[in-house]
Design a protein around this ligand. Structure first.
Ligand code: PBG
Length: 326
């Protein structure tokens, strides 16, 4: 089938024809909306490096989540900024913590919304690392116990799913074990399985107030040059009980999404991270790109690569655009 008998342009002639043969189409139900909850009331503080993204106090969080949900977004993932930080992140597991109270409020006011929680310590530690420090580095095994307690407290507050993002070895198993022991066998784990040490997290650290106070995260997050290791990390998480596996960031790691989708039979999530969002917003503000169009193109590429779910700060605006038939 070669030119001039076959002409690929025939099926690109009209939007109706293009629509009929489109392989990948975005849907609001693909999205998980990350939200930042802070203590206090009436707080809606924009992140300077992430226009359109806010630190929200509880009642503002409920409003934002409900608005996204009304547009068809099925789920949110919560990040909490606690009142106080200390060396071991003790506020992470408090029953009256900022995330735990937010979970309760969301489950009460928006019951059909799926509430996922990010399980990590970097927002809760005064040094900003994702675990407990011993001899100048994050100590793996002592951190597991603290993460497991944090995940359990989220489940107790009513979380529908927990998502460990710390990259400690063995954390999926530790969390699965404690949840099962406490009758939360039905709470799934979405594991940040292939999470890279990335410059694209910069704006998030402003939003979550979680910048490491010394060093960086390269001793626990993955090296950007490694692809085969991503398969190994993912396999370990699946063996330990992960229900959904995640690749993060998304855009510079589409090959990893594709490889994991091909290799494993679990749902794959991809995190369209803060820096990916900010690049689009900044260029659009300058008038250099059509922000809406680039946003949808990026999200489509992540889905086309093999992601079943996309965590994205664009969730609400993309869902609104899709509703209008973009
Ligand atoms: C916590 C965590 C981070 C992100 C999600 N969970 C930051 C980090 O690892 O430094 C990044 C999300 C984003 O950039 O949007 N460990």
């Amino acid at each position: 089938m070669y030119f001039p008998v076959y002409r690929p342009r025939r099926l690109r002639r009209t939007e109706a024809l293009r629509g009929m043969i489109r392989e990948t189409e975005l849907n609001a139900k693909d999205f998980i909306y990350p939200l930042f909850v802070v203590p206090g009331t009436s707080v809606r503080k924009e992140i300077s490096s992430m226009p359109g993204v806010f630190q929200l106090s509880q009642e503002e969080l409920v409003k934002e989540a409900a608005a996204a949900h009304a547009l068809g977004v099925p789920a949110v993932i919560l990040f909490g900024i606690p009142e106080e930080k200390d060396a071991v992140g003790s506020h992470a597991s408090r029953a009256d913590g900022v995330v735990q109270r937010a979970i309760e409020a969301l489950k009460r006011d928006v019951p059909s919304l799926v509430v996922i929680t990010d399980v990590c310590l970097c927002e809760y530690t005064d040094h900003g690392h994702c675990g407990i420090i011993e001899r100048g580095d994050v100590a793996n095994d002592p951190t597991l116990k603290v993460l497991a307690q944090e995940a359990l407290s989220h489940a107790r507050a009513g979380a529908d799913m927990v998502a460990p993002s710390d990259m400690m070895d063995g954390r999926v198993g530790a969390i699965r074990h404690i949840l099962d022991e406490h009758h939360f066998a039905n709470v799934p784990i979405m594991a940040y399985s292939a999470k890279y040490a990335s410059g694209f997290y910069g704006p998030f650290r402003e939003a979550a107030e979680s910048t490491p106070q010394f060093g960086d995260r390269r001793s626990y997050q993955m090296d950007p040059g490694n692809g085969i290791e991503a398969l190994r990390e993912t396999r370990l998480d699946i063996e330990e009980g992960a229900d959904i596996v995640m690749v993060k960031p998304a855009l510079s790691y589409l090959d990893i999404i594709s490889a994991i989708h091909a290799e494993f039979d679990l749902p794959v999530a991809a995190y369209n991270v803060s820096g990916e969002y900010s690049l689009v917003k900044a260029a659009a503000q300058k008038g250099w790109i059509d922000g809406d169009r680039v946003m949808l193109e990026i999200l489509t590429s992540i889905k086309r690569a093999g992601a079943d779910l996309i965590l994205t700060y664009h969730a609400k605006e993309a869902a609104a655009l899709l509703r209008r038939g973009a």
